[in-house]
Design a protein around this ligand. Sequence first.
Ligand code: MEV
Length: 330
Amino acid sequence: MVTVRAPGKVILYGEHAVVYGEPALAMAINKYVYVTARARSDGKININARDLRLAGISVTISENGDIIARTDYGAVISALSYVKRAVELAMGYVDKKVGIDLEIRSEMPVGAGLGTSAAVAVATIYAYIKELGYDIDKRELARLAWQVEKDVQGSASPTDTTMATFGGIMFVKPEGNNAVMEPVRPGTNVPLIIGYVPRVSTTKDLVAMVRRKYETMRDVIEPIIRSIGLITRKGREALERGDLELMGVLMNINHGLLDALGVSTRQLNEMVYAARNAGALGSKLTGAGGGGCMIALSDKVEVEKAIELTGGSVLKAVLDINGVVVVSND
Ligand code: MEV
């Protein structure tokens, strides 16, 4: 039996623009998805994922090798799709179809923009491969997990899967089917407060909505995307120099541009402005938007309180430097 964990992440700069080839700057956080895998002799795949609201799902492999999910809960199918595709790709990697019990739990709100689906994909593939006694290079693992996200979402950048695999702070730039990943050494500690409200749209729908705007109003949307790319490059420099003031200013501009793309919501904007008014150096939504999470560059209790007063929940997290790891192997 093997248990692995993979971290979530926050995007400091660059979400959405990264889908168009611009870089993103992201930080892995010490909130994890845990996957425990135990091989079965009967070829069945059972998934127990209460935190992902997947409880009660039973998955079996049909004769032609397809994984078939059976569930009474329609709404959970989308989260399940990541697990299902991850298992398929892991089976392809080891070139074997072995049944497995998977237990998945998350310390993060699922689908909130903290990269839970990527962490599920990375941890599921890694747990399956490790349980069967194989090993995998981290670059290959990140590539397979990115494939899971692309297959399930239709379109995805390598950002979240890179962070769940490697941890740390990374400058990620998609180049075709490859991801250029540069670890970034921060010039200072980055104090972050994460605010959270329930999601009203999925990442898939938000990415598609921005794509439609891009295709129908390219002359308007393209400069916004390129500006976000520029902000990300400048944000990286500011982080390396330890210039928190400039990082905050750039976060505020980045948020304004994301709002212009239509991915923010009233509740996200309320948290973002409340944090600034309470003294945060900067604040922005993080992840795909449509509700979910925002980050405030601050360590002040007043900022936490201000976020809570708008109706948001506060999640405290610090940098994870390990990425995916095996936590137990019996
Ligand atoms: C999601 O965390 C970030 C997006 O840029 C989508 C992606 O990068 O795949 C919105």
